[in-house]
Design a protein around this ligand. Sequence first.
Ligand code: ZN
Length: 329
Amino acid sequence: MPLSLTCDCGARFEVEDALAGQSVACPECQQPLQAPALQRPTLRTSGFALASFLLAIVGAFTVVGTVAAVVLGLIAVVRILRDRERVAGLGFAGFGVGLGLAFTALMLWAISNGELFGLGAALRRTQMADQLDPVDPKAPLEIRENGFSLARPTAKWVRARKGFQSLPVQPLLRNDALLLLVQPDLYAFLDVQSEANNQVGPAVEEFILNRLKQDPTQPALNNDKVKSPPKFGGIGDDDDPPEISRITKVIAVGTPKSLPTDDKAQQANEMTAEATIDGKRWTVLVRTYQMKKSGRLFIVRAFAETARFARVKDELVKALDSFKVSPGS
Ligand SMILES: [Zn+2]
């Protein structure tokens, strides 16, 4: 847009707006005169950018709020870039989008894991505390039972009392287990079972999978005298019996392998299975030892939620490796 100038000599002329604010010579009298400065359009901050910024903060833990913050922030960015002369607020919009994305991701992760900032884990620990032996850093890690021995990987692994209950894992637990060890922080488990004179032979994998599919008997849960822990995220109603989840799917993972046997075992195997409970997948690492003399079958299982399994695998394998059958079994 050209600028209009009027010289003292009376001459009127126009110059390019590129010369705004600069000194130009009058074409009539050659006197220098100042071209007017350009009127800068006033900048206003984009309402979308501000809304995005505020929503990202206020709606931080709501998912819906943070998703809205991201959408509004993106609208703001588009509008600002289209009209940078008049609209400002890229910083607000960028902040809204960034924070919105971060909180949305964090909340979706938290919801999918049932972990609202450790609340789920803390609740579980409280529920389990009175069903577990207390943590004693001085107690020996090795546990000797009738027929076998096993070393706890760390002092955090503690023995569960008979009738141990924890709803999310309940369908995997067996009340006929000879030993149940629990790591409450990691919600990881290890148990030892045995079957007298059981000759499953090479069909041991199928036997283990079928055993997982079996609905384990849980008389304790049907007993009114036993107070069941509330399920995380559920609506508490003391009068209703707790809903016992079921294993809805069991699959074998990878290829089962044979383990080296000593003079007591005629066959030792390892396999991994995955069981689904309430839509959550659990990885179960199972080792079986078929005894030569007695025909007794030991089943040692280590399990944790599949999402957490990689984190606990080393400890679980360490415990499994320490399993030993006592002489005479
Ligand atoms: Zn002039």
